[in-house]
Design a binder for this molecule. Structure first.
Ligand SMILES: NC(=O)c1ccc[n+]([C@@H]2O[C@H](COP(=O)([O-])OP(=O)(O)OC[C@H]3O[C@@H](n4cnc5c(N)ncnc54)[C@H](OP(=O)(O)O)[C@@H]3O)[C@@H](O)[C@H]2O)c1
Length: 387
């Protein structure tokens, strides 16, 4: 494999830390040439020193001087959205591990520069789907999904023998069901933030952990799958699989179902996105079938978890509707994590915001930013009324 340069944006988070673990063991193949985070200056400096990274980005100008004091001269420091965009155009492979809408400059810039985008930041793809579809046509640009479900589907689609996959009947996204699987609507009214943060199978950052508890994460993943693989959401189904071993499946028109299995370990999809067309030799997530592996599947409880229905609804309306859904959810989840909003109100805020949405075809980046801001304003007002 030829040596390739990597930019890791969102280097201090859950996906970022696991990506560093992969890169640490693959120093022969990959050069880490750029990292960025929001405000975790100490951690960024540590990573920059460990990997001798020449370019580092932070979200705010006031953190740049603190970072400068921690780093040796010669390291270039960039700031804010324009800094993120610059770093995202600077390497062969760009890992977008930023959380939320803040990851948008990374997605757009990496694709516009014709890079391989290893995408964990689903929010940017969901909010900007029509704009991403256009910039993805740039020669050399490709998106490989780090999200384990979509990485699984990417692997399962290799069994399709025809371009455009007309032989695929449907994509089956698996969901662990989160910490509240089996809870009734009544019981969910008393669910606490502490309960919600106890994910049964994955250890992740705080936002996606809350999204998993409301099943909004699965709703966002339905939108993500549709945008990534060009499949109408009517052909993307969700099935609850509490063991998180089957990461997703593709059903073909002849009835064959192809699945990808492993123990839950994000280093596997990260390594897949870095290595393709080769597989990196680490056996992350390897299973011991002889020790007994049980797999069960059930339908999601769409009555108790209305987030899934909201996501399918936003997908059908298309345009800026997914951007509204994702923005409202970000505001509600942040308020829940801050203790300003009860867990049981998070999806209610999103539903209220979506009631105000009027169709907008989403033609430009400016249009997207305006839609994102409008949905955030409505969500903040809804949170304030419920606090
Ligand atoms: N965690 C998982 O296992 C997992 C699995 C599948 C998909 N994903 C997706 O991957 C993304 C990251 O998730 P995560 O769980 O790793 O989140 P996380 O642990 O909260 O980490 C978020 C990262 O984004 C950085 N960041 C936040 N705002 C930023 C800004 N304005 N500019 C630059 N960097 C910024 C953070 O920096 P600071 O530390 O300075 O705040 C941190 O490095 C999300 O979209 C999530 O849905 C995660």
């Amino acid at each position: 494999m030829t040596r390739r340069s990597v930019a890791l944006l969102g280097a201090t988070g859950s996906v970022g830390t696991q990506a560093l673990d992969v890169l640490r063991r693959e120093r022969e193949r990959f050069d880490l040439v750029a990292i960025a985070a929001g405000t975790s200056v100490d951690r960024l400096a540590q990573v920059a020193r460990e990997f001798a990274v020449p370019r580092v980005g932070v979200a705010r100008a006031e953190d740049a001087s603190a970072l400068r004091a921690l780093l040796a001269g010669g390291v270039e420091i960039v700031v804010g959205e324009s800094g993120l965009a610059e770093l995202a155009a600077s390497a062969d492979i760009v890992i977008n591990a930023v959380v939320g809408f803040a990851g948008l400059p990374v997605t757009m810039s990496a694709l516009a520069a014709g890079k391989r985008l290893a995408l964990a930041n689903k929010e940017s793809l969901i909010a900007a789907a029509p704009l991403v579809a256009a910039v993805r046509e740039t020669p050399g640009a490709e998106i490989l999904p780090i999200d384990s479900e979509h990485c699984a589907i990417h692997q399962c689609l290799a069994s399709s023998h025809e371009p455009g996959h007309p032989d695929v009947r449907r994509l089956l996204l698996t969901a662990s069901g989160g910490p509240f699987r089996g809870w009734s609507r009544e019981r969910l009214r008393d669910a606490t933030l502490a309960d919600a943060l106890r994910h049964p199978t994955w250890t992740m950052g705080p936002k996606i952990t809350i999204d998993s508890s409301t099943l909004m994460n699965k709703g966002l993943e339905v939108l993500e799958a549709s945008a990534l693989f060009g499949v109408d959401v009517g052909r993307v189904d969700v099935v609850v699989h509490p063991q998180s071993i089957v990461h997703s499946m593709v059903e073909y028109v002849d009835g064959s179902v192809i699945a990808q299995l492993s123990a839950p370990d994000m280093r596997l999809p990260i390594a897949y996105c870095l290595g393709l067309p080769e597989r990196l030799d680490h056996a992350w997530g390897a299973l011991d079938f002889a020790a007994g592996v049980s797999l069960t599947f059930e339908a999601p409880d769409v009555g108790a978890f209305p987030a899934l229905g909201l996501a399918y609804g936003a997908a059908k309306r298309a345009g800026a509707a997914p951007a509204w859904l994702s923005a409202a959810n970000e505001v509600a989840v942040a308020a829940c994590l801050d203790g300003r909003l009860a867990w049981s109100e998070v999806v209610a805020v999103v539903a209220e915001v979506m009631d105000h949405y009027e169709d907008d075809p989403l033609k430009s980046l400016e249009d997207l930013v305006a839609n994102d801001a409008a949905a955030r304003r409505l969500a903040a007002a809804s949170v304030a009324r419920r606090s």
